[in-house]
Structure formats: structure tokens, C-alpha cells
Design a protein around this ligand. Structure first.
Ligand code: DAH
Length: 369
């Protein structure tokens, strides 16, 4: 800033000459008009209306003028700065309106366009079936029990009356765990029977046990080294085979509908005595395909019956191994494979479809809560 002086006229100060002030104003107005974006306008504002702009610097000269010259020069510079600020505001308003109009077009959303839908998954049909079976039994007062997939050999075999020389223990059927002492991948859900009895201080015991089991089978259309079973165990005073039969009849009714007879065929399992295989009348042909070549049935291979699983009265030796007094209590048990049940219930022809995890298999079964 110049030193105060009392004598000279503002027109003698270069920056305050009318023509110079006009030039600075016109230059600013031209730059404002030429700014085509808000960012550019911001730069123009700094250059022509900021603290270090020519007009702001000229304004500072006014202070050094003698009093009689101040008003005139101040008016001139003030008007020029006013015109610049007004032009800046007007240009800003115009550019903002332009931007808003553009955004409205660019970012418009057509709510009528179809969206990219994320496909909804479905529960695996095996999970649904296992839950449904468990529901049938919990409705009768049973609890759901689960055991570990890596199981003590004693629980998987010995306690179930399958001694050390039992054929099922050989390497052909059982996955033994390396470097462990008597630990296997459970070959069936029956060890959960023992665990459930041991966990209760005194019967009654009513449990349903769904779970994954393992055997050294090759994977093909009807076999898998990993498959799924459901085990049933009831231990109470006075239970008989009639209770077993009634319970299984109820299960078949709940899962497959009314009017399907069941039958027990004598069989052998070390952990039940007596033991039986349980069949139900084919729900698809209701037995009508038997001896009727005009009406073959894929579900039961025209045999009229479908085998469901093994069952029987719990062997007293098993009760004793699990700390239950066989003089006072009796029990029945039932075990069956639910992959097989899923296959015949829904006409699944290849077991591998169940395990491969392809949604084209899972989705048709839909959502089931
Ligand atoms: N645990 C047998 C298996 O995996 C199935 C079985 C048969 C379970 C008879 C039982 C039963 O509870 O009573 O082959």
C-alpha cells in the first residue's frame, strides 16, 4: 500500500484511473461469462474477486488518497466490484440450474425397468426332510438329540453289542481315524442311543436323532461314503413291539398320508432283540403295480412295498451297557436312511444329485421353513 499523501489525484494512481478500473471490471465480467462449469467459476472468483484480485488491490490504494479524492475513487472501485459480484452470483445461479437439470436427466431412475434379481436359494431337501421327520416325533413328545460325527469306537460298536470281532468293524466299512486310539467316523446314528441313555439319570428316554454317517463306500448312483440317517429310541416301563409298530404307523401316516399299511419282517441286528425290517405299502401305486404289467411302478419297482429301515426292541445288553436296568425298563429303536427316503419320496434317480450342491436340484423343492 502506498504511503499516505495529501496532494495527488486518484486518476494519477495507475490502478485507480477510471479506464483502468473499467478494464479490470470488463476483464472480470468476460472471465465470468466464459466460465462454463462451477469449478471454473470458482477459479474466476478467486482471480477477479478474491483478496489478491486487481480490483481488491486497487481498493487498497484508496486508503492512501487524500480525503477529497477518496469518495470518488471509492465509488468507482465499489461499483466495479459490485458489478463483478453480481455477475458472479448470476453466473453461479445459472450454472447450478444447468447442473441440476443435467443431474435430473443423468441420474434418472426408471422404476418400471426390470431389476437384476438375486436368485433366492432354497433349503436343501434333505434338511427339510430331516426337520419334518423330527417334527413328527417332537409332536409326540420326543426330543431331538445329536451326537458327534467323530465317535468313540466303544459307543459306535461295543456298547451296541457289536464286539471286537464284529464284521462291521473291519476296514471295509469303517473309516478309522489315523493316529488316534479307538476313534472312528460313526457308521450309523445308533451311538446317539447310548449317549442319550447315559445322559439321562433314569428313563424315560424318547429321542429322535438325525445325523450324518460315514462308510467306506464308493460314490455311485445308489451309494455314498457320507449319507444321512435318523435314529429313534424310546425307553420306558412296559414298552412293547406294539408301541414300536404304532409309532412307525404314525410316522408313515404323517410323512406319506393315510391308509398305507406297514409290516415288520424278522431280521437281525446286534443291538435289538427281536429285530425287524420295516416296510410300508408303496405310496405311489398303493400295491396296484404288483403282478400288473400294464401299470408298472418306478417307486417300488412294482413290488408293492418300500423298505424303510431296521428296528426292534432294544437288546437288554445294550440297556445294561448304557446303565439302564433291563429288568425294569424296555425300549424300542428304529433307524433308517433319509437319503434313500428322499430318493423314493421325490423320484430322485441318482444319489449324487443330493450331494453335489447344484441349485438346479435344490430349487425345485422350493422354500420350506
Ligand atoms: N444302525 C443300523 C444301521 O445303520 C440301523 C438300525 C437298525 C438302527 C435297527 C436301529 C435299529 O435303531 O433298531 O444299519
Amino acid at each position: 500500500m502506498s504511503a499516505p499523501n495529501k496532494s495527488y489525484d486518484p486518476v494519477e494512481v495507475e490502478a485507480l484511473k477510471p479506464a483502468e478500473v473499467e478494464r479490470m471490471r470488463d476483464e472480470a465480467l468476460a472471465a465470468i461469462a466464459a466460465a462454463s462449469t462451477l469449478d471454473e467459476l470458482q477459479q474466476v472468483k478467486v482471480a477477479h474477486a478474491g483478496d489478491r484480485s486487481p480490483l481488491a488491490l486497487a481498493n487498497r490504494e484508496i486508503g492512501a488518497l487524500p480525503p477529497h479524492a477518496k469518495a470518488d475513487a471509492g465509488k468507482r472501485v465499489g461499483q466495479a466490484r459490485g458489478a463483478v459480484n453480481k455477475a458472479l452470483a448470476a453466473r453461479r445461479e445459472a450454472l447450478e440450474a444447468e447442473r441440476d437439470a443435467r443431474v435430473l436427466v443423468d441420474e434418472a431412475v426408471d422404476v418400471t425397468l426390470p431389476t437384476d434379481r438375486y436368485p433366492r436359494g432354497a433349503r436343501h431337501p434333505l434338511t427339510s426332510l430331516a426337520d419334518r421327520i423330527a417334527d413328527v416325533f417332537t409332536a409326540m413328545g420326543y426330543s431331538v438329540a445329536e451326537g458327534p460325527e467323530v465317535e468313540a469306537e466303544w459307543l459306535n460298536f461295543d456298547a451296541l453289542n457289536m464286539g471286537p470281532d464284529h464284521p462291521a468293524r473291519t476296514m471295509q466299512d469303517t473309516f478309522f481315524l489315523k493316529d488316534t486310539d479307538s476313534v472312528v467316523l460313526r457308521t450309523h446314528t445308533s451311538p446317539v442311543q447310548i449317549r442319550s441313555m447315559l445322559a439321562t439319570s433314569e428313563p424315560p428316554v424318547y429321542v429322535v436323532c438325525p445325523g450324518r454317517v460315514f462308510r467306506t463306500d464308493e460314490l455311485d448312483a445308489t451309494h455314498s461314503p457320507v449319507f444321512n440317517q435318523v435314529e429313534l429310541l424310546a425307553v420306558d416301563e412296559g414298552l412293547t413291539m406294539a408301541d414300536l409298530k404304532g409309532t412307525l404307523d404314525h410316522m408313515v401316516r404323517a410323512l406319506f398320508g393315510e391308509g398305507l399299511a406297514t409290516r415288520l419282517r424278522p431280521s437281525y441286528f446286534p443291538f435289538t432283540e427281536p429285530s425287524a425290517e420295516m416296510d410300508m405299502v408303496c405310496f405311489a401305486c398303493r400295491g396296484e403295480s404288483v403282478g400288473n404289467p400294464d401299470r408298472p411302478c418306478r417307486t417300488c419297482s412294482s413290488e408293492g412295498w418300500i423298505e424303510l429301515g431296521g428296528c426292534g426292541m432294544v437288546n437288554p445288553r445294550v440297556l445294561r451297557a448304557a446303565g439302564v436296568d433291563p429288568e425294569r425298563y424296555s425300549g424300542f429303536a428304529f433307524g433308517f436312511g433319509i437319503d434313500r427316503m428322499l430318493m423314493f419320496r421325490h423320484n430322485v434317480e441318482d444319489m449324487r444329485d443330493i450331494f453335489e450342491g447344484d441349485v438346479r436340484f435344490t430349487l425345485p423343492f422350493g422354500m420350506e421353513i
